[in-house]
Design a protein around this ligand. Structure first.
Ligand code: CP
Length: 317
């Protein structure tokens, strides 16, 4: 029997069960076809309003949520915090309560502080979708990564997936680890020792700083962006040094499985995390990840809106 989605918010993959993750993936599969139609629209969220509230820069996630909401026939409003009353000192909760008072149904938020999305969700009756909070989680990125892997390889259980790069500062890594391990994948994380957070093994991953070992038997690698903007102590390896020791090159890939899947959440630092030859090569699915983000975000918006509707109906009856 198909399970029902009951959560008004999507805040993290840590809080989801395997069945809830699978429901999002199945719902995304059914929405993927919409983007291939001449008229790329279904009426599922007609009359609903989605507000994109981004406190940090974004290209893929913000546009992808906007496209997803529009494909579901929702009205979409984008708030750039640089030109909003946030600049006058308005708190996050006050901003959220005002957006709720303006009768929005869903806030999609990116914020630089871990836990900001959960804090906002606790303060509001309307839905909150986490589009990345600090170093904590980026659930829809991991969902689209997992969706792409499943589409390419037919399964997640038993796959060997290596996540390479700045694990310490990566919300993408944390969400991928939660999602992949819940679905039965074997996850390795690989980075210079200083970019591996303490006790990461407790999340059920194998840890190495040997890139060739991380590549050797992997079915897929997810290569993370080096977040040099977070290097406040100027302690990261220098760019050329990082590329020499951890960069994914065609030469390194020759020692991996011939059909290894190469992923990157973007934006890519070409010549630092990977060479252009790899980023644009036959093993790369980086742009397919971006395309799949639309279906995955359609599924998330649809499910949280459905849960909110069910709660409203319960309150009326
Ligand atoms: N992958 C990702 O979150 O990209 P953006 O920062 O462009 O949204």
């Amino acid at each position: 029997m198909k399970m029902n989605w009951t959560k008004k918010d999507l805040l993290s993959l840590e809080e989801l069960s395997k069945e809830e993750i699978e429901l999002i993936l199945q719902t995304a599969e059914s929405f993927k076809e919409v983007s291939t139609r001449d008229i790329k629209k279904v009426p599922a969220l007609r009359g609903k309003t989605v507000v994109n509230l981004f406190y940090e820069p974004s290209t893929r996630t913000r546009v992808s949520f906007e496209v997803a909401a529009k494909r579901l026939s929702a009205d979409v409003i984008n708030i750039a915090t640089e030109t909003s009353s946030v600049k006058k000192g308005e708190t996050l909760i006050d901003t959220g309560k005002n957006i709720q008072a303006l009768k929005a149904d869903i806030i999609v938020m990116r914020h630089n502080y871990s836990g900001a999305a959960a804090m906002l969700a606790r303060s509001l009756e309307i839905s909150v979708v986490n589009a990345g909070d600090g170093w904590h989680e980026h659930p829809t990125q991991a969902l689209l990564d997992i969706f792409t892997l499943k589409e390419k390889l037919g399964r997640i259980a038993g796959l060997k997936v290596s996540i390479v790069g700045d694990i310490a500062h990566s919300r993408v890594a944390r969400s991928n680890i939660w999602g992949l391990t819940k679905l039965g994948a074997k996850v390795t994380v690989c980075a210079p020792a200083m970019l591996i957070p303490p006790a990461i093994e407790e999340m059920g991953v194998y840890v190495t700083s040997d890139i060739d070992q991380a590549l050797r038997s992997a079915d897929a690698i997810n290569v993370l962006r080096m977040q040099f903007e977070r290097d406040e102590q100027n302690a990261f390896p220098k760019q050329l040094e990082y590329f020499k020791n951890f960069g994914i090159t065609a030469e390194r890939l020759q020692k991996a499985k011939k059909d290894i899947i190469v992923m990157h959440p973007g934006p890519i630092n070409r010549g630092i995390e990977m060479s252009s030859e790899v980023a644009d090569g036959l093993n790369s699915v980086i742009l397919e990840q971006v395309t799949n983000g639309i279906a995955v975000r359609m599924a998330v918006l649809f499910l949280v809106a459905q849960a909110a509707e069910s709660k409203n109906a319960e309150n009326i009856n």
